[in-house]
Write a protein that binds this ligand. Structure first.
Ligand code: URA
Length: 239
């Protein structure tokens, strides 16, 4: 691939902007300077350096963000900052989108990609990728709560009751809940329909990918990392 097109595909601006950066000597490829925007490179295993940062060429990117509270999952936020402000600008420019959305006050694991097939696979109810949440409740836990959530609760606008995949008590005010759909405010509405209220919500994981295990456990609120093949396997996703 030609260098100017390669840089453009990785989110470094228009073809013209990339050409100017290359001609200005701002870009190194595989460790060596390259001043020719038309130079052809094999993208397999290619690394390039720009603005002092080294990037590996990737046809698609897959990201995990530990979302803090107070960020909206939209490019045009109304009341808070956008989660896209937490990603590095080339990643946003290459068009990554979040897999579903978390409410502004919800924290935890949020996935992003520019691979439409991945986004669809993770969000599709048919693929049944479980989303695992931990909810802090307003009222002390009572044993009817998991029973109702597992049996299914009726939500306004939903034609059939929605049931949790699992629902367990953690302590007097904490519920662990897994669901495989992603309806609007689903966890909060399900808990409300079962007679309690969610005071705080945290998404612990997606499928077998958890913010509490492996390399993602080091991800602090606001931090983002690239997902590798090992992570994608935990999500049951193959390219
Ligand atoms: N369910 C909710 O109610 N809110 C979220 O942010 C995610 C799931």
């Amino acid at each position: 691939m030609r260098l100017e097109r390669l840089l453009q595909s990785q989110g470094f601006g228009s073809r013209k902007a990339c050409r100017l950066r290359i001609e200005a000597g701002d870009v190194r490829v595989n460790g060596a300077p390259c001043l020719d925007p038309q130079a052809e490179f094999d993208t397999a295993g290619l690394t390039f350096e720009i603005d002092g940062e080294t990037w590996a060429y990737a046809e698609h990117v897959y990201l995990a963000l530990h979302k803090p509270a107070g960020f909206e999952c939209t490019h045009q936020p109304q009341h808070h900052r956008s989660v896209y402000a937490l990603l590095s600008p080339p990643l946003v420019r290459r068009g990554v989108q979040s897999v579903g959305r978390l409410d502004a006050d919800t924290t935890g694991l949020l996935l992003f990609s520019d691979d439409g097939r991945f986004i669809h696979a993770m969000a599709s109810p048919k693929r049944c990728v479980a989303k695992h949440y931990r909810a802090i409740l307003k009222h002390a836990f009572d044993e009817t709560l998991p029973k109702q959530l597992l049996a299914g609760v009726s939500l306004t606008g939903e034609p059939t009751p929605l049931a949790a995949l699992s629902a367990q008590q953690i302590d007097a005010y904490t519920l662990a809940l897994s669901i495989d759909q992603g309806k609007y405010h689903q966890v909060k509405r399900m808990v409300a329909a079962a007679g309690n209220r969610v005071e705080a919500l945290h998404r612990v994981g997606f499928g077998a990918l958890s913010l509490e295990e492996g390399s993602l456990s080091a991800l602090a609120p606001g931090d983002c990392c690239h997902l590798g093949e090992n992570h994608l396997a935990l999500l049951g996703y193959r390219h």
